[in-house]
Design a protein around this ligand. Structure first.
Ligand code: F6P
Length: 343
C-alpha cells in the first residue's frame, strides 16, 4: 500500500510578512496532492514540546493578506542542542510525519540541516525573512514588504524634514546585511546610506550633505542599517568604525557626528519592527504562494535537504548546505547610485 504523506510545517525565526501566505500555500498545496499537514506552534520549540495542530483547508482561510504568522514563531535555543533535536525527531516520529517544511531564514535552515543530517529526516526550507540574506534565491519572502513599509515611513519623514530643513537619520533593520537599507535608500531618494558591509566614512558623508545644502537642498535623509559600523566599541565617532552598544542604536552616534561636522539640525528615526508588520505586498504573496507549493511538490517527489527559491523568475532548489554558505553580495554600484542620485 502507498505511504500516506503527512507533512509537518513550522514558521521559525523572525516573522516575515508573507509567512501566512506561504503557510496557506503549503497546506493547500499538500491537500491538493492528498497529503496531510500538521502544524507546530512557535517554531522548533513547538516541535520539541509537541504543540501541534492539524491543518485543514479552512485553517488557512483569510490569511493570505495577513502579516505575522498564525503558527507563531521563535528562535529556539533548545533546537541548537543535540538533545533538543532528538526530542523534536521523536515528536515527528510520533506524529508519523514523513517530512518537515520550515518557513524561516538562515538560522532556521541551519537547524533543519542538522536535523536532516543526524536523523536522515526529509526537510525542505522556504526562505522567509525581511533581511533577504539567504543564498539560493533572488528574494526572500517578506523583504519586499519591509522595503515598502520603510519607504512609506521615509516619505512621511521627508515631509517634516523638508519643513524644518533638517537632516534625518533613518534606521532600518538588517543586523548583518544592508539589503533593506539599499533598496529603501534608492527608492526613498535618500542622500546617504550606511550598511554593515562597508566601513562608514562619516566625514565624507558630512561633506556631501554640506555640499547638497549649499546647492539649495532643504532636507537630507541618511538611511542606516541597524548593523552598520561593525562591532568595534572602542573607536571614536568619525573614525572608520562606529561605536557600538547592543542597547543603543548606532544611529544616535551617526546623528551626533553628522551634526558636529555639518552644523545642520539632525534628528533620528528608528523604524524598528514597523518594517516587519502589516499586510504583505502582492510580490510577497505571490512569491510565497509559488514557493510554499513548490516545497510540497519537491518533498513529495523525494527531494529533500534543500530550500526552494526563485532566481531569474524561475523556481529553483539549492541544497541547504549551499544556501548557508553564501547569500548574494550587496551590489556596490547601487550604493554609488544612491549617492549620485541623492546629490
Ligand atoms: O531577521 C529579521 C530581523 O528583523 C533583523 O532584521 C533584525 O536584526 C532582527 O530580526 C530583530 O530581531 P528581534 O525581532 O528578535 O528583535
Amino acid at each position: 500500500m502507498e505511504t500516506r504523506h503527512r507533512i509537518a510545517v513550522i514558521t521559525s525565526g523572525g516573522d516575515a510578512p508573507g509567512m501566512n501566505a506561504a503557510l496557506r500555500s503549503v497546506v493547500r498545496g499538500a491537500l491538493s496532492r492528498q497529503a496531510e499537514v500538521v502544524g507546530f506552534y512557535t517554531g522548533y520549540d513547538g516541535l520539541i514540546n509537541d504543540d501541534s495542530v492539524k491543518l485543514g483547508v479552512h485553517s488557512v482561510s483569510g490569511i493570505i493578506n495577513r502579516g505575522g504568522t498564525i503558527l507563531h514563531t521563535a528562535r529556539s535555543a533548545d533546537f541548537l542542542t543535540e538533545p533538543g533535536r532528538a526530542k523534536a525527531y521523536q515528536v515527528l516520529e510520533k506524529h508519523q510525519c514523513t517530512g518537515l517544511i520550515i518557513l524561516g531564514g538562515d538560522g532556521s535552515f541551519r537547524g533543519a540541516r542538522d536535523l536532516s543530517h543526524e536523523y536522515k529526516f526529509p526537510v525542505i526550507g522556504v526562505p522567509t525573512t525581511i533581511d533577504n540574506d539567504v543564498g539560493g534565491t533572488d528574494y526572500t519572502i517578506g523583504f519586499d514588504t519591509a522595503v515598502n513599509n520603510a519607504i512609506l515611513c521615509i516619505d512621511k519623514i521627508r515631509d517634516t524634514a523638508e519643513s524644518h530643513e533638517r537632516v534625518f537619520v533613518v534606521e532600518v533593520m538588517g543586523r548583518n546585511r544592508g539589503f533593506i537599507a539599499m533598496e529603501a535608500a534608492l527608492a526613498g531618494g535618500a542622500e546617504g546610506i550606511l550598511v554593515p558591509e562597508i566601513k562608514p566614512d562619516l566625514p565624507a558623508l558630512a561633506e556631501r550633505l554640506i555640499k547638497g545644502h549649499r546647492r539649495g537642498k532643504t532636507s537630507s535623509i541618511v538611511v542606516v542599517s541597524e548593523g552598520a559600523g561593525g562591532a568595534d566599541m572602542s573607536a571614536r565617532p568619525g573614525e572608520d568604525e562606529l561605536p557600538r552598544s547592543p542597547s543603543v542604536s548606532i544611529s544616535y552616534h551617526v546623528a551626533d557626528v553628522i551634526a558636529g561636522l555639518t552644523g545642520l539640525e539632525v534628528r533620528v528615526c528608528v523604524l524598528g519592527h514597523i518594517q516587519r508588520g502589516g499586510p504583505p505586498t502582492a510580490f510577497d504573496r505571490s512569491l510565497a504562494s509559488r514557493l510554499g507549493a513548490a516545497a510540497v511538490d519537491h518533498l513529495l517527489a523525494g527531494t529533500h535537504d534543500v530550500m526552494v527559491g526563485r532566481q531569474m523568475g524561475k523556481i529553483v532548489i539549492t541544497s541547504l548546505d549551499e544556501s548557508l554558505k553564501e547569500s548574494q553580495a550587496l551590489d556596490k554600484k547601487v550604493l554609488d547610485l544612491v549617492e549620485r542620485l541623492g546629490r
